[in-house]
Write a protein that binds this ligand. Structure first.
Ligand code: FE2
Length: 220
């Protein structure tokens, strides 16, 4: 199944689309590019885009049938910002699965990274790390004139813990860190991370052979 695992198309809850019309326009474009299933992943606990679960559920109940009337299966998830208090919160996983999409701070590796992920796993969640290429601290430069981007041991440690890795489709052409993840066969899933019309983020093109790098839906 052709899946876009990360987007902000639930209207009027975060820094994503503002109206159902905008969502439907994007959903139609996605359908034409081959999307068969889309997970809506509004921010949760993000310092940049504060949201609350009751508002997310209210919008989901308001729009779920309209969103699902365009030949694309639309399911609710969320994009959870990793912080210790996440362990005290009710979390929205991806559809009926136990997978939660988790984002990290971009500048500095959180000191609680491994501990909180382990605790989430003990609660029964499978962690899918959002746009891994965005976290500079997971990568290092090496080789001739430091021209090669390599992964740090933290990525291997997370992999050994059973964490899944999501790469933004938009990064494939332009980000050496995304390329390194694909070369090392460590990118499991892709997503558009589409926020709104005109945000400059490419929609996933399922006719592009590179989608074949990614796993399908066994984990969901
Ligand atoms: Fe996102």
């Amino acid at each position: 199944m052709n899946i876009d695992s990360h987007c902000h198309l639930l209207p009027a809850v975060d820094d994503g689309v503002e109206s159902i019309q905008e969502s439907i326009t994007l959903l139609e474009e996605m359908r034409l590019k081959g999307v068969e299933r889309l997970y809506l992943t509004p921010h949760f606990l993000s310092p940049k885009s504060p949201t609350n679960i009751s508002e997310i559920m209210k919008r989901w109940n308001e729009f779920r049938s309209e969103l699902n009337s365009h030949s694309v299966e639309v399911l609710l998830g969320s994009e959870v910002f990793l912080r210790p208090e996440v362990l005290e919160c009710d979390l929205v996983s991806m559809g009926e699965s136990n997978v939660i999409l988790v984002e990290l701070p971009t500048q500095q590796k959180p000191h609680y990274l491994f501990e909180v992920i382990e605790n989430l796993q003990m609660k029964g969640f499978r962690v899918l790390l959002a746009h891994v290429e965005r976290y500079e601290y997971f990568f290092k430069k090496s080789g001739f004139l430091l021209g090669k981007t390599k992964l740090t041991g933290d990525i291997s440690r997370l992999r050994d813990m059973g964490v899944l890795f999501q790469v933004n489709w938009n990064s494939l052409d332009r980000d050496p860190k995304a390329k390194a993840l694909i070369e090392e066969k460590i990118a499991d899933v892709t997503g558009s991370d589409k926020h709104k019309i005109g945000d400059g983020r490419l929609l996933i093109d399922f006719n592009d052979g590179r989608y074949g790098f990614f796993l399908n839906d066994y984990y969901l």
